[in-house]
Ligand binder design. Sequence first.
Ligand code: PEP
Ligand code: MG
Length: 850
Amino acid sequence: MVGIVVVSHSTPLAEGVVELARQMGGDELPLEAAGGLEDGSIGTDVERVRAAIERAMTEDGVLVLMDLGSALMSAEMAVELLQSDGRVKLSEAPFVEGAVAAAVASRGGASLDDVGAEASRAIRMKEAQLGAEAPAPGSEPASSDHEAAPAGPQARIPVLNEIGLHARPAALVAELANRFDADLQLAKEGGAGPVSARSLTGLMTLVARRGDELIATASGPQADEALAALEELAREGFGEGVAAEGAGAGGAAAGGAAAGGAATAPRAARPEPSRERAEPSASAPEPGTLLGGIPASPGIALGPAVHFGNQLDAPRERKSQGADVELDRLQSAREAARAAIERDRDQVARRTSTGEAAIFSAHLALLDDEALVGEARSRIEGGASADAGWYGASRQTAAAWRALDDQLLRERAADVEDVGRRVLDALEGRERQPGRHEPGILIVDELTPAEAAALDADLVRGIATARGTATAHAAILARAFGIPAAVGLGPAILSIEPDTPVLLDGGEGTVLVAPSEDVAQRAERRREVALERRGRARRQAAAPAVTRDGIRIEVSANLGGADTAASAVELGADGVGLLRTEFLFLDRAEIPAEDEQVKTLAQIAEALDGRPLIVRTLDVGADKPLPALPMPAEQNPFLGRRGIRLSLDHPELLATQLRAVLRVAAEHPLKLMFPMVATAAELDSALAAVAQARAQTGVDAPLEVGIMVEVPSAALQARQLAASADFFSIGTNDLTQYTMAAERGNELVGELLSGPQPAVLRLVAETVAGAQTHGRWVGVCGELAGDPAAAVLLVGLGVRELSMAAPLVPEVKEALRQVTTTDAADAAGRALYARDAGEARRCAADLLAQ
Ligand code: PEP
Ligand code: MG
């Protein structure tokens, strides 16, 4: 490899350029900085340059890039001193672009002359991207990079990643081209090129953006292999993941709204094995087979299997009657679909009180999404019927969303299909209503929100899906409607013969195929008892949860928006134990200003009418990207810069939020907490930011400041953290994820995430012990708190506040009223030594009325 030396007047500048070039050139590349003077001041030093060249020297030679003025002179003198026999070349290339281009070329094994030439051409990347038509005076025209395409096999390469073929993806292409004994050339369909795929500069001058198509042509012994590898790389979005078709303004906003304002920007992809539509397995499961999935909505349901095919089926073949007629048909069908969506939205709004109807607003936005509609339009103009055009566009968009490395967005692919199907139904004059005519357990690959909304709870006794997770909308709706549901049961569920009796346990996430008479009868009794219990709990919801030995446990709600606070109070919440403020930000193009944040927080606090409100600072990171704050892709986003790590890296963002919290705290009973704290130093920095915000606002109202315990290190260091945190709120969702090394929401590892894992309970015990050394209180705001049996265990371990999805509040309160803290502690003591989550849960379940 050719070595590269970067000479600058400034040490940080030289080091920065080296860092940048290193990203493209890799760790192996001999790349050295020679910046500034020995004492760190500005200037260039011949001796430093000489030493850097020596360090970078290889048998292929060294290319030296310089910033300006005396850097040139110092480099020339250094070369003279070295007597390098032509093995050192000084480059006139632009400093930064040249270093980057040279790094890629050197990594690819180019000679010193070629590396130099590649660096010299580097300015064209910028020229091409900024659309500077005229080449700089004295330079060759940019088109001289563009070589005649070699004869040989060709492939069409779609650009699917969000930002297109910018530097990093282009460097991957160049690296790939260098691996094969083939001449690989790329041209943009209808645009620039062909250019050599080995040339970063050439690739960048293609200015290939998402949605463009490249024509790859290869020749040489490994032409086919090179093309296949390129196709593979392109499918993965050149290492950056595949952007959703609708992930521009319209689509992203729709996805965000669908998730209650959730994630938008796509990120680096990893292989996603379970995203394909599940196909039924060849043979039906035997009677007595127990299928295990993910608990999505508690309750027992017994009944015949009722299949509901909700695939986005290809429409009947139909000849286009001309683009105008077909476009009119599509328009009318979209209007019919709009009316149907609005009807469902109103119906859901009447049946639930927790804001689920917002899902349908997202569907309405999707219906008008330009990415979807525009694609359908161009297919129709290209000769397709309205049905085929719309179907193709919906499928393409859903597939792109499903390929994203973001759980929430992946789940939104079902929304795209849902909207796609509605319009197709209107085009074909069909109407679907799952479970309308037959009572039973609805079996479906993946239930969409619209279908969930249309369910008749008197007929649909339970829902069993092959795919999906507990955070999918259908699961959320099922919970809100009180329909038992188990999701992610795998393809075997689809092979159950229609009308086969099945027993679904939503609390366990299981389906038992053809249970014996005896088992069925017992299940039916359990179901009746459970229904009775729920009714009783709702009637008592407003009363406090006091254990039989007189200990009051605060049972609060988790909120993600301002509009659900009042309904949480109606469901008996004693307050809000977790306000996920990121949901106030996630669908915003810009971070709301301090005053707007104050207004939203005050609105929630007012709806709570004096009840406590715990505000969590932003918990975003690469897994929940914030459109207003672009973040680099991370390989392992859950282990990356999220939560407090991100906030501390953006002090102004944090300060704005803290000032808003303090201003509202002056009027209302607010508490503040920080997410994802892993070390005492992070807490110190966060507290310093609070002190600064106090000084800025002049608010000296009391404000308890706590932390979420959701990283094992925080649990294990609870004693140290309790010295400065006023309280702990344990986030069992993340704590379980990190303890069990199982990514949240990944149905393939759902088993590891479900229930009270004994290892997680130990960390809870550790947290409580640490908190007690400083007299601090401990709450739990992860999903575990909403499971009555787990709630008892948590109280047994010393937790005194529980916060959960609002509809779960009544039953958790009811469960706590049935136990003494001594019984709970006894059960918890045994659960700590249980073999698994099921056994741990049973330690407390036995204490509760069935
Ligand atoms: C948790 O991790 O348990 C938690 C409550 O936080 P979130 O689900 O918002 O990550
Ligand atoms: Mg969390």
